[in-house]
Each structure stands twice: as structure tokens, then as C-alpha cells.
Design a protein around this ligand. Structure first.
Ligand code: ADP
Ligand code: MG
Length: 474
């Protein structure tokens, strides 16, 4: 019913007449008066509906609360999923939106990127957003993030950015050593924005993934899609930007993405292991962009914070019944929260598979196995792969290869799990070490082994043995 010979403005009016009644029946009178009454239809064609609203407050509220409802009603009326765009029209002229300013929605289902900050495109199809690449990890939330003097400022900055994306600090640049919560904070911002601002496109990307996608896009002649994917985000979270060091083409591309987003008040958050001014080969323009917002650091946590983190991970029951064990771990694993978590997991798993009680002696034993003496040796991909090959009786090529024979697959998955737990490599980086497979394979392997370790003593023993050989050089 939309389209055909009628003018888009007339189309919009007819369509809205049909829909307004249906909407009115679904909300209460006060809601209708406050949020819906001021809507004026401006434009409708085969792909779009443009609605004018009287203020940005109304626009925000409609977008955060009622867009699904409006979309459903429009879909009922037209039998199609139309991209809805809300435009603030303060002078109340109704059909004041110039059709010239509208570009058609691309057919792949992504909303088009609006030319101005105040218009937010809405994906016509919820499937449009890829489920894996670019998505945030639901477990990394602000609620799960324990604060202390070492990370309080970074946490507050992250929260502020999440609550008012694009308007408080842009970009937010978080830096600090490995395993101190940078990635966690990035995802927490992503989760918060996703939960509280419906319709905002959130994208998390490790800089290596950005690089790989960029290279692929050039190879397959799909750079426009690549650019669009990144430039349409409302919140872009870029992790581990130190990997951009020395890659000029990549820095150039990122610089343009950054500018586009920045100029339209889209929020950018960056994490790195070092401050922006200590990159040796960072494009000066990019460096000054990185430094133009707010910079926050995460430091190694003090004893009290480490203990609080262990308590929150162990759960209330274990925390009360075994506070001595937690205190022992907190006192001995000092400068990396990932290792702190890892130590706790190992101790709990050990007690559960061997039916032993949780004691400080047990923790002592497990920690010794894990970290050996206090002189950890340098763990490189080669060290891990060699140790795994030796332990499982395969060679490194087989571990990194594609054969799906059962014992080999398990050995490979265990190796990936250990890799993840003993190094700071991201999933894509690990995937590359294992012959350049997809990073979701690594995520799957790590999850699978975590589960199996709790159920099968054999797997638990193999993981431990491999970790011990790697960390003790034995
Ligand atoms: P980074 O990116 O700085 O290397 P991550 O964000 O990956 O570190 O953190 C490593 C692990 O430690 C993650 O599992 C994360 O959930 C956990 N972690 C880090 N900081 C905290 C914190 N303040 N509270 C709770 N867990 C934390
Ligand atoms: Mg990280």
C-alpha cells in the first residue's frame, strides 16, 4: 500500500492515519498525549517512514521505549518492515523534511547513516546486526566490576560515557597493564548502552580484527561495506589499539572512521596497554585525536580490592566459609586480575574434582603448580605449542592444522584454553597462532574446556599438567 503513484508525503499521511488509531489503543492516554500526539508524518516510501517529532526529548523517549511498538504497528499496516526515522522538527511545520536529505535505506537491512547527529537510523530488520563480530560479552557488566583505588577513576569515566554517550568525554581512552580490566570496562559500556538506549548500534572490535577486516575488504573489493559497518555505529569500542603501531594504512583508515564518528557525536572508547603519547609510530593526527578526550588508567589492584574481586567471583557462600583461602590467594597473586581469577578457578576446580576440602594448604599447592617459583618465565606461543605437542603426542603442525580427529581436537581445544589463560592474547590473536582459523572457534574451545574441566577429571588433569609444564619449564 505504500509507494505506487502517490507522493511520499501523502503516503505518509494515509499510513499514519491507519497506524495512529492502532497505537492509541495500545498505550494509555497520558502516554499518548505526552509522546505520540505531537508526531507528524513526513515521508513514506517503499523502505522508509519519516516521522517529525516536536523535540529531542520526545525523539529520545520514542526511540528508547516505543520504537518496537511503532514498528510493529507499521508492519501490520503495510506487511513490511520499514526503516523508521524520527526527525526533530521544532517549528511544527509537519512535512518540513526535505526529501533531498533522505537517502534510501540500503537493502542489506542496515539503517542508513544519517547525515546529521540528531537523526538516528533504525535497522529495518533486527537480524541486521551480526551476532558475533562486534558484539559485546554479556557477562562483562558494571555490576560485575569491582572498584577500588586502582580503577575507580577509569570506572567512573566509563560509567559517565555509558550514561551519556557522545556527550561527556569523547574519546575515552583507557590504558594500563594486562589483565587489569580494560576489556571488561569496554564491554560494560557496550552492555549499558545496549540495554538503555534501544536502537543504538554498538560495536566492539579488537584492533587486530579491525585490521583483518580492513585487509579482507580490500582483497574482496568490499571497502564500502566495511566503512559503513564502522561508520554507522553510535558507540565504537576499540580494544588493544597498540596493535595499530607501525601499520600506516590501518591508522589512516581508522583516522577517517574516528573523524566521521566524532563529528556526528558518536562515542568512541579506546583501550590500550600504553598511553597515547608513548606510541613510537602513531600518526600524529591520530595521536592528537586520542589525546583530545579523557584519558584514564587502570592500575594493579591493592590487596583489599583483590580480595573483593575474589569474593565477588567465588559467591557469597564460599566467601564466608573459606575466607582464609581467598585471603591466601589475594595475598599471593598480585598484579593481574585474570591470573587472580584463574587461580581461584583452579583451586575450586581442584577441590571439586578430587573431593578435597578447600583449605589454605590446597590453595598453596595449586598456586605452586600454577606459578611455580615467583619467577614466571616468558610464555610465548612457541613455548605453549611445543609443550602441548609433547604432552599430547602430536606435532605442532597437527595442533594448528584442520584435522578433526577426536583426540587431536581435544588436545587442540585444551591448548587454546591454556593459551587464553596464560597469555594476554585476544581470541583473534590466538586463532592466528592456531593456523589462522576463525576466532569464534577459540571462544568455543575455551568455553567447552571450562565446562569439561568441572565434569571430567582427565581433562582437568591434562589442563593442569600442561599449565604446569609451561609455567615451570618442565
Ligand atoms: P585487560 O583487558 O586489561 O587485559 P580484562 O578486562 O580482560 O583485562 O580483565 C581480565 C579478567 O579480570 C576478566 O575476566 C575481567 O572480568 C576480570 N576483571 C578485571 N578487572 C576486574 C574488576 N575490577 N572486577 C572484577 N573483575 C575484573
Ligand atoms: Mg584486554
Amino acid at each position: 500500500m505504500v509507494g505506487e503513484a502517490r507522493a511520499p508525503v501523502e503516503n505518509a499521511e494515509r499510513l499514519w492515519m491507519l497506524c495512529a488509531e492502532a497505537l492509541r489503543n495500545q498505550v494509555n492516554e497520558a502516554t499518548w498525549k505526552t509522546w505520540f500526539d505531537g508526531i507528524r508524518p513526513s515521508w513514506a516510501d517503499d523502505d522508509h517512514v519519516v516521522l517529525s517529532v516536536p523535540s529531542s526529548l520526545v525523539k529520545e523517549r520514542l526511540e528508547s521505549r516505543y520504537l518496537t511498538l511503532v514498528r510493529d504497528v507499521l508492519a501490520d499496516a503495510t506487511g513490511k518492515h520499514l526503516a523508521i526515522r524520527l526527525v526533530v522538527d521544532t517549528d511544527g511545520a509537519g512535512a518540513a523534511v526535505e526529501p533531498a536529505r533522505l537517502t534510501p535505506a540500503p537493502r542489506d537491512g542496515h539503517g542508513d547513516r544519517a547525515g546529521e547527529a540528531s537523526t538516528i537510523a533504525w535497522p529495518a530488520n533486527e537480524q541486521a546486526e551480526p551476532a558475533q563480530a562486534g558484539s559485546v560479552e554479556p557477562d562483562y557488566t558494571f555490576d560485575a566490576f569491582v572498584t577500588g583505588p586502582s580503577n575507580r577513576f577509569a570506572h567512573a569515566a566509563a560509567r559517565s560515557v555509558a550514561e551519556t554517550p557522545g556527550t561527556s568525554y569523547n574519546p575515552l581512552y583507557i590504558h594500563g597493564g594486562v589483565g587489569l580490566g580494560k576489556t571488561h570496562l569496554l564491554h560494560a559500556i557496550g552492555n549499558y548502552v545496549r540495554d538503555n538506549f534501544r536502537g543504538r548500534l554498538v560495536r566492539y572490535v579488537p584492533s587486530e580484527t579491525f585490521l583483518n577486516e580492513f585487509v579482507d575488504a580490500i582483497r574482496t573489493n568490499t571497502t564500502p561495506a566495511f566503512k559503513r559497518r564502522y561508520r554507522e555505529c553510535h558507540l565504537l569500542l576499540v580494544d588493544d589499539v597498540q596493535f595499530m603501531e607501525g601499520k600506516e594504512g590501518l591508522q589512516e583508515e581508522f583516522f577517517h572512521t574516528f573523524n566521521e564518528l566524532y563529528q556526528t557525536s558518536r562515542q568512541i572508547v579506546i583501550a590500550s596497554d600504553r598511553p597515547p603519547n608513548s606510541f613510537a609510530t602513531l600518526d600524529d593526527r591520530l595521536r592528537s585525536r586520542f589525546m583530545s578526550g579523557l584519558t584514564a588508567t587502570v592500575q594493579p589492584p591493592d590487596l583489599e580490592t583483590r580480595l573483593a574481586i575474589l569474593r565477588s567471583k567465588a559467591g557469597a557462600k564460599t566467601a564466608t566459609e573459606h575466607s582464609d583461602v581467598l585471603e591466601y590467594i589475594a595475598a599471593n597473586v598480585k598484579d593481574n586480575i585474570r591470573q587472580l581469577e584463574g587461580a581461584l578457578t583452579q583451586v575450586l576446580a581442584h577441590a571439586s574434582v578430587y573431593g578435597q576440602s578447600l583449605t589454605v594448604e590446597l590453595a598453596e599447592e595449586v598456586l605452586f603448580d600454577l606459578f611455580g617459583s615467583n619467577q614466571p618465565r616468558t610464555i610465548t606461543p612457541k613455548v605453549i605449542l611445543d609443550a602441548a605437542a609433547e604432552l599430547f603426542g602430536f606435532n605442532v603442525e597437527e595442533l594448528c592444522g584442520t584435522s578433526r580427529r577426536r583426540p587431536l581436537v581435544t588436545a587442540r581445544q585444551i591448548s587454546m584454553y591454556v593459551f587464553r589463560h596464560l597469555t594476554d592474547y585476544s581470541y583473534p590473536a590466538i586463532a592466528r597462532e592456531f593456523g589462522g582459523r576463525d576466532h569464534t572457534t577459540v571462544i568455543h574451545a575455551v568455553e567447552k574446556i571450562s565446562t569439561l574441566m568441572k565434569e571430567k577429571r582427565q581433562i582437568y588433569d591434562q589442563v593442569n599438567e600442561l599449565m604446569a609444564r609451561i609455567t615451570n619449564g618442565g
